[in-house]
Write a protein of this length. Structure first.
Length: 411
């Protein structure tokens, strides 16, 4: 990957923004839980990010296919940086209130709704298609490396106050902005077309005609929606494992450690065979690791379960991401990535709300157990509904299977 300077710069920018965002997540979660003490409020953090990601996804995809994608990412990161700077100011001035924090997280959610499809669509233009899966693994490694140190450092810095964490986050986003501003991104501008209903929903129609793409995107939605328990980590850290902000930082970092080690391996080894079975097995492993985490009462076992969870999720994430990008033509990547963003953000942000709601009703342990079992059930159901995906051998498009009707087995 070092032979592609633009990709290296993109990679460094992702480290900075990813590092800052993970520190931000620790600080926001701990600050709101310290203010209110209510599990449901942790779910609201996910909800206020989920709402703009869904409402703005299709327009954001259209914009990503009509304008220079680098400039869209750059503008979004400027907004992120300014919102985080306001969080730092109100925290340092002791004016932080739950409603203000959630409102600023909402603003960040709006910016990221436009950033995501543009950033996802940039990557295929930075490296040759033959190395795209490895580039995606390297890019994911950057995010996971940030997740390893970000939560731990965020938890340690929180001892000095939330304002200190937010200030460091804002500086990291400033570094990402400077890197992105000077990135050489050469990409032919598409022919401009008005934002009609047909163009806005073009990504949806494309995905409906590609069962393999529909299968991987929807699998992520339902499996992670049910299996994600990251929103509950402050509860597990404080009430079950009896640790403090430093322990929360370790818990948030553990999945990233597993994911980083796996992504480093994937960055040097191209998956050539049985990508469909490997993906389903990885999602099933994610569900089993969630169950182990739910029943754990010791910090070391919880960290081991989250480590395995991150490793399994990285394998399926790289397969899903590469398959979607390689099966999609460039002039559709923004809109398809936008639809993918709806599914990803639904599984992450709405999943956090679902976890917080279930935890408020049934307790954190029972909510996580239900999620793990639900993930395993989804894997079995999707293997039956998408047989061509179940048997898919390679990441590159397989024309004879690409247009097969979902749910219809082939001889």
């Amino acid at each position: 990957m070092r032979s592609h300077p633009a990709f290296v710069q993109f990679w460094l920018a992702r480290i900075c923004s990813g590092f800052g965002f993970q520190m931000l997540s620790v600080a926001v979660g701990w600050q709101i839980y310290a203010i209110t003490g209510r599990a449901l409020d942790l779910g609201l953090i996910g909800l206020v990010q989920f709402f703009p990601s869904v409402v703005l996804a299709l327009p954001a995809g259209h914009v990503a296919d009509q304008f220079e994608r680098r400039r869209i990412v750059l503008l979004g990161q400027w907004v992120d940086m300014l919102a985080i700077a306001v969080l730092a100011a109100i925290s340092l001035a002791h004016l932080a209130h739950e409603a203000i924090i959630l409102a600023l997280v909402f603003v960040i959610g709006v910016a990221k709704a436009f950033e995501f499809p543009a950033m996802q669509s940039m990557l295929p233009a930075l490296v040759p298609s033959s190395t795209l899966p490895r580039a995606m693994a390297s890019s994911a490694a950057a995010g996971q490396a940030a997740m390893i140190m970000g939560p731990a450092v965020g938890g340690l810095l929180y001892v000095a106050g939330a304002g200190t964490v937010y200030t460091v986050c804002a500086l990291l986003y400033l570094a990402a902005v400077l890197l992105m501003a000077h990135l050489r991104y050469e990409h032919a501008q598409p022919r401009r077309e008005p934002a009609t209903l047909k163009s806005l929903f073009a990504g949806v129609h494309f995905i409906r005609r590609r069962p393999d793409v529909l299968g991987v995107i929807s699998l992520d939605l339902f499996a992670v929606l049910l299996g994600g328990a990251t929103a509950l980590l402050p509860i597990f850290a404080k009430d079950i494992l009896h640790t403090g902000p430093w322990g929360l930082g370790l818990l948030r970092a553990a999945p990233a450690v597993g994911a980083l080690l796996m992504s480093l391996w994937l960055a040097h080894h191209t998956m050539e065979r049985r990508v469909g079975p490997i993906m389903f097995a990885s999602v099933a492993g994610f569900g089993v690791a969630t169950l182990v985490f739910a029943v754990s009462a010791t910090l070391w076992l919880s960290l081991a379960a989250l480590f395995a969870l991150g490793a399994f999720d990285m394998v399926s994430m790289v397969i899903r991401g590469a398959l979607v990008q390689l099966d999609t033509p460039d002039d559709m990547r923004g809109r398809v990535s936008a639809v993918n963003a709806i599914f990803i953000n639904t599984s992450n942000q709405l999943g956090e709300f679902e976890s917080g709601l279930l935890a408020a009703w049934l307790g954190a342990v029972n909510a996580t157990l239900i999620g793990g079992v639900g993930t395993l059930l989804v894997v079995g159901l999707w293997m039956a509904l998408f047989p061509t995906l179940r048997r898919r051998q390679r990441l590159h498009a397989e024309p004879e299977l690409a247009l097969a009707p979902a749910g219809a087995d082939t001889p």
